[in-house]
Design a protein around this ligand. Structure first.
Ligand code: SAM
Length: 466
């Protein structure tokens, strides 16, 4: 084992994980990043913190929900792809999961998951079979949006993330995934919240010009609630070294809602123009580089659909549209756009964004923003429509089932969850859709998360020459 590689901490051996003499070779990574080895019986066992190429001694495997798991008792031979994690709590914290794996091996793992998710969809005529990989250039300090947990333990307020598959808090002093502008504030935020917070969440978003923070908490019993003056005092503090200015701060607790400063902040991911308005706690892509890459992949997919068709679409649907991050890309390729988003606060931020976008030379009648459930609303389809869908991890089962009979000519699907993407692509493939381009985007280094952007056409659509 190389001297600069830190061995994973041996896990405590409880009754379910008694030490056993089992030695195994780790051969793969499973979907959530655990190592996979074969037992002498031939059964697969999942081993957290194991790397393909490791030889390890493991605890007696235990079965939960049909899956065999074991812990590393001793690292016998370290894989050449094993590295020392940059974070001191990486082997306990559930926020990352892959810091102990060489970044290039992590990328191969995520690319492999993306390839597998895309398998149900066959290629359209002349489509490029290559799966482009985008993003991932900054493996640390990329997270501009975060949700951390607060919990009082032993009389102290701790801030941290949950351990993997657990409700146990792993306390953090700093988090190397956070952009410096947010990370630098963690000790001071904990000190600010300590007098009045019993437990809850700390939401952080860094935008252009500063950070928004929100504490969604349960108050400590018997302690005075914070005042507006206290929040204003915190907002006025000189930032710590490397910290961004705080431009808005909210505290929400049962019976209490305080807000000082801004409630939304501009994201300017592609230059001077605002690409999105973000709120503390509202959705935006967690990394700037990741969002730029997703937008590039969506733009390329939409353009490829238009190129094949030879003219723009009459109508584009932006489903799961959030605060409108992708809507302008659709406005470039469709005469009219209708967006659908469930979260009313996100729709209001989209209105603020598109007021400006549409003011810049577009006709206001081109865009209709709808607050509603994309999974159950009747959606217009047919040969002159294009659907862009960007659901959360639950995927878009209802939308894809509708696509099968509403038959939009083209679809661009942005997915953050390979399992639901694969399920939905099975539906779309059976309905005759074929892949014209696909990329995967390395949005969240050191984790098993990534995005896939896939553009498709109906095999029998007029513009498909297959
Ligand atoms: C992954 S985000 C994408 C947002 C946006 N496209 C972007 O690029 O930032 C998914 C969005 O879907 C919304 N959402 C979740 N379920 C929904 C549903 N059933 N109908 C419409 N929107 C939904 C969420 O509120 C969230 O804003």
């Amino acid at each position: 084992m190389s001297s600069q590689v830190r061995a994973p901490r041996a896990q405590p051996t409880g009754s379910a994980t008694r030490q056993s003499p089992l030695e195994v070779e780790v051969v793969d990574l499973a979907g959530l990043g655990d190592g996979v080895a074969r037992l002498p019986s031939g059964e697969a066992v999942l081993i957290p913190l194991a790397v393909p190429g490791d030889r390890v001694q493991i605890s007696a495997p235990s079965r939960r929900q049909g899956v065999l798991r074991a812990q590393i008792v001793k690292l016998l031979t370290a894989s050449p792809d094993r590295v020392s994690p940059p974070c001191p709590v990486a082997d306990r914290c559930g926020g990352c999961g892959l810091q102990h794996v060489m970044p290039a091996r992590q990328r191969r793992f995520r690319a492999g998951l993306a390839e597998r998710a895309l398998q149900p969809l066959t290629l359209a005529a002349d489509a490029d079979a290559a799966l482009a990989g985008l993003g991932g250039g900054a493996p640390l300090a990329w997270r501009r949006r975060a949700r951390l947990h607060l919990r009082r333990q032993g009389g102290q307020l701790r801030v941290g993330l949950m351990a993997a598959r657990s409700a146990e808090l792993v306390a953090l002093e700093r988090c190397p995934q956070l952009v410096a502008g947010l990370d630098a504030w963690l000790p001071r935020l904990r000190a600010f919240a300590a007098p009045f917070v019993e437990e809850g969440e700390l939401l952080m978003t860094l935008g252009d010009g500063g950070a928004l923070l929100a504490l969604h908490v349960r108050l400590r019993s018997g302690a005075p609630a914070p005042s507006v003056a206290a929040l204003e005092g915190f907002l006025a503090e000189t930032p710590p070294d490397g910290g961004a200015p705080i431009v808005g701060l909210q505290v929400q607790a049962p019976g209490l809602a305080l807000s000082v400063g801004a409630v939304r902040v501009a994201l300017k991911d592609e230059g001077d123009a605002t690409t999105e308005w973000a709120a503390a706690g509202g959705f935006c892509q967690a990394s700037v580089e990741g969002n730029i890459a997703i937008r590039a992949a969506v733009r390329a997919g939409l353009r490829e659909l238009v190129r094949r068709r030879g003219r723009p679409f009459a109508l584009g649907l932006d489903l799961f549209s959030g605060s409108g991050n992708l809507t302008p890309l659709l406005l470039d390729v469709a005469g009219r756009v209708r967006s659908v988003e469930l979260d009313i606060a996100a729709v209001e931020r989209a209105e603020a964004l598109h007021g400006a976008v549409l003011g810049a030379g577009r006709d206001a009648g081109q865009l209709e923003l709808t607050q509603g459930d994309a999974e159950s609303l009747p959606l217009p389809g047919g040969g002159d429509t294009l659907w862009l869908l960007d659901p959360g991890r639950q995927g878009a089962k209802g939308v894809c089932e509708q696509a099968a009979w509403r038959q939009p000519a083209g679809l661009v699907y942005v997915s953050c969850a390979p399992n639901t993407l694969r399920r939905d692509l099975q539906t779309l493939a059976a309905a005759g859709y074929r892949r014209v381009s696909a990329s995967w985007v390395d949005t969240m280094p050191h984790t098993h998360h990534f995005e896939v952007v896939v553009a498709m056409i109906r095999a029998d659509a007029a513009f498909d020459r297959s």
